[in-house]
Design a protein around this ligand. Sequence first.
Ligand code: ZN
Ligand code: ZN
Length: 80
Amino acid sequence: MACGTLKLPGGGFAVVCGLPKPKPCCYCGKASTKLCDFPLTGGKAGSTCDRPMCHRCTTHIEPDTDYCFPHAQEMKRRRG
Ligand SMILES: [Zn+2]
Ligand SMILES: [Zn+2]
């Protein structure tokens, strides 16, 4: 979880935890709303790609699954 400091108008600081800013979309840099759901294999088995993307750059395939571009291609290949 990301923690950061927030500068207050009065000159003080507040520590902000639990409200991480959305990561920028890895393709266009806008605030991401989706993460790639592609299940990784090998050393990272059990986790997902998690590449951040905005809703315009994601590839939506399953009813509730989003993939980055290379992983969307990979899933299409696997499905034949
Ligand atoms: Zn984008
Ligand atoms: Zn991916």
